[in-house]
Write a protein that binds this ligand. Structure first.
Ligand SMILES: Nc1ncnc2c1ncn2[C@@H]1O[C@H](COP(=O)(O)OP(=O)(O)OP(=O)(O)O)[C@@H](O)[C@H]1O
Length: 590
């Protein structure tokens, strides 16, 4: 369908609105300047009237008659005297102007003593970095004047810098990352640790601006974000970093917050996501948040190497194909994801060659989430089986065309254990929790322009989409609703987002004995093409396509409606009822 252009007000409305707002502000400023005397006199008259009213109410009732008589006599005398009324009006205006003058004490010019000491000490600290012995007229010298070096500064209420502009000599090597890092490190130490600063280097003007960043909001709970299909909110950032805001609800309150939006799908330039962080910094929470958003438009497959059951709330939900914690389940699910990617590709290629639009069974996004893949390799090696991570290669390499998105999360120090495919194809990156500038630069491909701090709340970090800027990030609170430590409000927010349970979670209703449970195949009533995922020994599969080769042709599965079938296990009479671990959806390829 041909796309119709947006109405002008929507396509460039932002710029027009900003211009109109600027014009209105300028007009208001000019009007205020012109009308200033009138404003002052009006304010004075109001104050005089208030004083008169106060005087009248303070006067005892028995003396009000005398007061009234006095005022009437004065008015009469003024009326009879030549030019009396005119002189009275002039006197009244003068009194009003005097009373209406602005009485707020003027700001003291320049910094106070303690602020001057801070500026001088910072100046001295910068001397070794910004001076050369051969410079005949150094901007920085011991005992020199800081006034020339710091053209603008602001202090906060605690007396620490809130904003500072630093001039530096043209010979300072501001193009070198190490030289900049040294200055940024020094300024962070001298301006107060524990706060985040943004450094803006103006290489043309030889200026460095330092700004203290406000903390990102940590009180945003999971909710239905206003986004288009294919857009996922990773979290929230600084207003200067992005062009857009999202309307959010926070209890009764509504507010607009700037989001970091990640776009997936065939047009995405960063179709897969890698999340890294120290333990306990919120990587699983981010995956849960993304999963809840993905469920609105797609199907999900979750492999949890951590095995802490953090995705249990998703088991059996409409659109959740499988939540796997064990090695066997992970392998079979990911095998299926790889072959489904191939099937979609083949189907799409065939349709394109025949001049048909993309078939319907390739359009619904498929999401593959893998939390802690680094937990599997040694298990797989001990068992003589392949590392599940290797099965991500096809979805990662060909997923974009096939509408398959991969999200991987792991611990920061496991970066080396991630496969080449994961590292090459996850161009959307997030690092959560404390990280050194080097670690951030390694993962994100560029250092952030803000100082990382040591103490951060969970869900705080940095995000970078492809070659874009590095954003500060705060992930919305999306806790595990089954965790006892979760607050009621946050638990309810997550539960409200969960789709209904269409597949009973294994073990909820089907009591079977332990041996039988090993053979249990779960059930599903979907008509989407799916491959059976079982705990049976993995069947022999055709070779996976090599990195750059075309996907190996596989028999194209046709959609099959799979009725709820309890296989094998249900025939066994349960000796001891045991919950069965959640297993994947069953379906058949033909
Ligand atoms: N964005 C967030 N807002 C509020 N709390 C959060 C956020 N992210 C994580 N938390 C809290 O921090 C704790 C750890 O979160 P989570 O389990 O997601 O971290 P993790 O990095 O996956 O840890 P692990 O490595 O142990 O699996 C949880 O109690 C969680 O509720």
């Amino acid at each position: 369908m041909a796309r119709r252009p947006l109405p002008r007000i929507l396509s460039n409305g932002g710029a027009q609105l900003a211009r109109s707002r600027e014009l209105a502000r300028t007009a208001a400023d000019s009007a205020t300047d012109v009308l200033q005397p009138l404003i002052t006199i009006a304010r004075g008259l109001r104050r005089l009237a208030a004083a008169a009213r106060r005087r009248w109410t303070e006067t005892p009732k028995d003396r009000r008659g005398a007061l009234l008589f006095l005022v009437a006599s004065v008015v009469l005398v003024v009326a009879l005297v030549p030019y009396g009324p005119l002189l009275a009006v002039i006197a009244l205006m003068a009194a009003a102007a005097w009373q209406g003058r602005d009485r707020t004490p003027s700001e003291p010019d320049g910094p106070d003593d303690s602020q001057t000491k801070r500026l001088q000490s910072l100046y001295e600290a910068l001397v070794p970095y910004f001076s050369l012995a051969e410079d005949p007229d150094p901007l920085y010298s011991h005992g020199g004047a800081w006034e020339k070096a710091f053209p603008a500064f602001e202090f906060d209420d605690s007396g620490r810098f809130a904003h500072l502009v630093i001039r530096y000599p043209a010979y300072f090597t501001d193009g070198e990352a190490e030289a900049r890092a040294r200055i940024e490190h020094l300024l962070t130490a001298k301006s107060g640790r524990g706060r985040e600063y943004r450094f803006t280097w103006d290489e043309e003007a030889n200026h460095l601006a330092v700004d203290v960043l406000a903390a990102l909001p940590t009180d945003i709970a999971a909710q239905r974000f206003v986004t288009a299909p294919g857009e996922t909110v990773l979290g929230f950032t600084d207003p200067t970093g992005v062009q857009r805001t999202l309307p959010l609800t926070h209890g009764e309150e509504r507010r607009d917050v700037p989001p970091v939006v990640w776009r997936t799908g065939v047009r995405s330039t960063e179709p897969h996501l890698l999340v890294l962080g120290q333990p306990g910094t919120g990587t699983s929470t981010l995956l849960r948040s993304v999963a809840l958003q993905a469920l609105h438009h797609g199907d999900l497959l979750i492999v949890d190497g951590g095995g802490t059951g953090e995705y249990a709330c998703l088991v059996g939900r409409d659109g959740v194909l499988a939540v796997e914690c064990g090695l066997t389940g992970a392998l079979t699910s990911l095998e299926w994801a790889a072959s489904e990617t191939e099937r979609r590709l083949i189907s799409l290629n065939r349709a394109r060659q025949e001049g048909r639009p993309a078939p319907d069974d390739t359009k619904r996004p498929l999401w593959v989430f893998m939390d802690r893949p680094s937990a599997f390799p040694h298990l797989a090696a001990a068992d003589g089986r392949k590392d599940p991570q290797s099965l991500l290669q096809v979805p990662l390499r060909h997923g974009r065309a096939a509408n398959v998105t991969v999200v991987v999360a792991d611990q920061l120090d496991s970066l080396d254990s991630l496969s080449d495919a994961v590292r090459q194809h996850t161009r959307a990156r997030v690092v959560l929790g404390p990280a050194t500038p080097d670690e951030l630069a390694t993962v994100l491909g560029a250092p952030p322009h803000t100082t990382p701090v040591d103490q951060v709340p969970p869900g705080r970090g940095y995000a970078r989409l492809g070659n874009g800027p590095v954003h500060r990030l705060q992930v919305p609170a999306t806790p595990d609703p089954y965790d006892d430590a979760t607050s009621d409000a946050h638990r309810q927010a997550v539960l409200d987002l969960l789709p209904p349970r269409t597949t009973p979670a294994d073990g909820e209703q089907v009591p079977v004995d332990e041996d039988a449970a090993e053979k249990k195949i779960s059930i599903e009533k979907k008509t989407v093409t799916r491959k059976a995922v079982t705990d049976e020994p993995e069947p022999e599969r055709p070779e996976r396509p090599e990195a750059d080769a075309e996907p190996a042709p596989v028999a194209e599965p046709t959609p099959v409606a799979v009725e709820a079938v309890a296989q094998e296990a249900t025939a066994v009479e349960p000796a001891t009822p045991e919950p069965v671990p959640a297993k994947a959806v069953a379906a058949e390829t033909s």
